[in-house]
Design a protein around this ligand. Sequence first.
Ligand code: ATP
Length: 302
Amino acid sequence: LSQLFRPLDMLGWVYRTIRQGVIDMGSMFDLIDTHAEIVDSPGAQPLAVRKGHVRFENVEFGYDPDRQILKGIDLDIPAGSTVAVVGPSGAGKSTLARLIYRFYDVTGGRITIDGQDIRDVTQSSLRAAIGIVPQDTVLFNDTIGYNIAYGREGATPDEVASAARGAAIAGFIQSLPDGFDARVGERGLKLSGGEKQRVAIARTLVKNPPILILDEATSALDSRTEADIQATLEAIERGRTTIVIAHRLSTVVHADRIIVLEAGRVAEHGTHAALLRQNGIYAEMWARQAQEREAGDELAAE
Ligand code: ATP
C-alpha cells in the first residue's frame, strides 16, 4: 500500500513547492527524485519562532553516502543578523541554504531555529518561517499581482501594493497599461532579470518571514540595476535573520559576519575588515575581484 501512496506524497510535495514558488523548475525536477523521504516526524510540532536564531552544530552532509559535501559546520547566526556565505564554486554554499529549508536532512549534527531541531517541527511551519529569494525566479503565466500575492495565501491587494513599493517595482507596475493585472510569463509580458528579481523580493515581503535566504544571482545584471537591487535587499534584511549566498564580494561588505566556505569547511569567518586584515583566502578573493572590477570599468570606459 505504501507503494501506492508514495507517488501521492510526492505530488503533495511538488504541489507545495510550486505553491511556495521557491525554486526553479530545473531544480524542482532534480528534487523530485530525492525528496520523497523528507516527511514530518511523528508528533512534529509547529516551529515556535521567537526571534529567529539559527544554529548549525557540527553539520555533516552529502548527497551521496560516499561523497561528503559539508564537513562539520558550526555556525551561529544571531536573530536579526546578516551572515554572508562566500567561497569557491562547489564549496557547498547553496547546499547549506537547502539544508536550512530542509530540502534534505543533515547526515550528522543538527540545525536549530530558536533551539528547535528543524527535523522535529512540521515542514509547513518551517517553510512558512523562511523566505527565499532565489537566483532565478519562477513566474507563473498569470498577472503580476498574482505572482506577488503568491507569497502568502490570503494576501490583500493593499499588502501586494505595499510589497511592490518595498521591492521598488511599484512604479514599473503603474506604468503598465493593466497595472497589477498585466499578465507576465510565456503568454504575457517578458520581464528583465532585475524586474523578475524584484517580483521575487515583493513576493517575499508579502510572506514577511523572520528568516531570509538570499541566493545572489550569478548571471550579471547591469551594475546600476545591481546596485539598486542591493539597496532594496539591504532594506528588507532589517529585522530579519538573513543568510546571503554571495558570489560578488562587493555585495557582502555590509554583512555582520562573512563565512568563507572551502571544500565543505568554514575556512575563515569575520567582518569584511577583519578578514581583509587576516590576509587569507578572503583577502585574496577580494583583491582578485577588485582587479576584475577595474578591468571591467576600463573596458566600459573605452
Ligand atoms: P556555486 O558557487 O558554483 O553555486 P556552491 O558553493 O553553492 O557552488 P553547491 O551547489 O552547494 O556549491 O555544491 C556543492 C557540491 O555538491 C558540488 O560538488 C556539487 O556538484 C554537489 N551537488 C550539488 N547539488 C547536488 C545534487 N543535487 N546531487 C548531487 N550532488 C550535488
